[in-house]
Design a protein around this ligand. Sequence first.
Ligand SMILES: Nc1ncnc2c1ncn2[C@@H]1O[C@H](COP(=O)(O)OP(=O)(O)OP(=O)(O)O)[C@@H](O)[C@H]1O
Ligand SMILES: [Mg+2]
Length: 374
Amino acid sequence: MPRSPGSPSSTPSAGTPTASGSLSFQIEVPGKGREESHPARGKLFAIPDGYRLLVGRDISDAAAFRDRVKTTLVWSGLLALALGLVGGTVMSRNMLRRVEEVNRTAERVIAGNLSDRVPRLGTADEFDQLAANLNSMLDQIERLMAGMREVTDNVAHDLKTPLARLRARLELALLAPADRAAQSEAIRTAIEEADRMLATFNALLSIAEAESGARADTAESLDLAELAGAVAELYEPVAEEKGFAMRLEDVPGVVIRGDRHLLSQALANLLDNALKYGASLAGGGEIVVAVSRENGRAVLEVRDRGPGIPEREREAVFDRFVRLEPSRSTPGNGLGLSLVRAVAHRHNGTVILADNRPGLKVRLEFPEIPEPAE
Ligand SMILES: Nc1ncnc2c1ncn2[C@@H]1O[C@H](COP(=O)(O)OP(=O)(O)OP(=O)(O)O)[C@@H](O)[C@H]1O
Ligand SMILES: [Mg+2]
């Protein structure tokens, strides 16, 4: 009778099972030249007349398959481990190399080469981002350093002349001890010179203070019209004396958050400029201080009817110590507008110079605080 594949080809080798039910046993199978013992599983049934029927199956194929799966798993595990180790080593080497690049750049910057930058690979990964951030940080530091150098150069230059003058005056007074009147005069002018230098220092300090945000805790809600009115009032007598008409145009309730002292100083500088440079050809003129609200921004303008500032100079006058040619005869340091801009930036605001046809219009814009709901 033909056997189905996998059916036991012989009876179990280790004795004859007796109990009914599932069982595992060994069978002898003819192999290459000799009998081989194969594992088998089967079931024993008791049938009438005391016979027993054993149905079983050679499971050596399944066992071999299981062994093969086990071997494959072990090998693939080992391969994955090896690949992981190699990949990990390559990656960490790569990372260390890039950290090393950052380190070397930092060392060169520390050694004084501030224009050195971390090389970028253009891969847009975290390391490239880090390199980009470090580079823009170095750009910013370099810019600040250049600015500082320029300021210190300017300060040194601008204070050298008055200091030399001061020294010469005092020396003169010393040379003529008998002439009391000349001595007093020399001392008086020396004091004036010292006062001007102090004013320069104070202006520089105010700019530095506004730029650094050192007075961060002094911010309060300010009614811009009220502040403008208070500062304009201080300048009223001088304006009158010089033949200017000063006018305040305002809308109520324009409130910003800021430092009263710094904002007053900025406006005072603008009024001082208007009074110094804003006279019309006929002499005197009109100065308007206007407070308004535009597109949710608080606007403060100072307008005069003088010669104005030519468009090509409107950016430069904000730099420290810049004074335009026609103004050289009037006293000043060229620091007023630098302070105005520093104060505007300190308050998240902007400052622009425009033509008032004729005259100069200085426009400051700040974020407005919405009025509290009633
Ligand atoms: N309202 C104006 N009309 C015409 N020119 C102006 C006006 N305001 C400023 N300027 C020009 O801009 C320059 C810079 O002004 P800024 O206020 O910075 O310095 P300053 O007035 O010369 O000196 P300081 O303000 O330090 O006393 C002035 O020297 C002047 O040439
Ligand atoms: Mg000025």
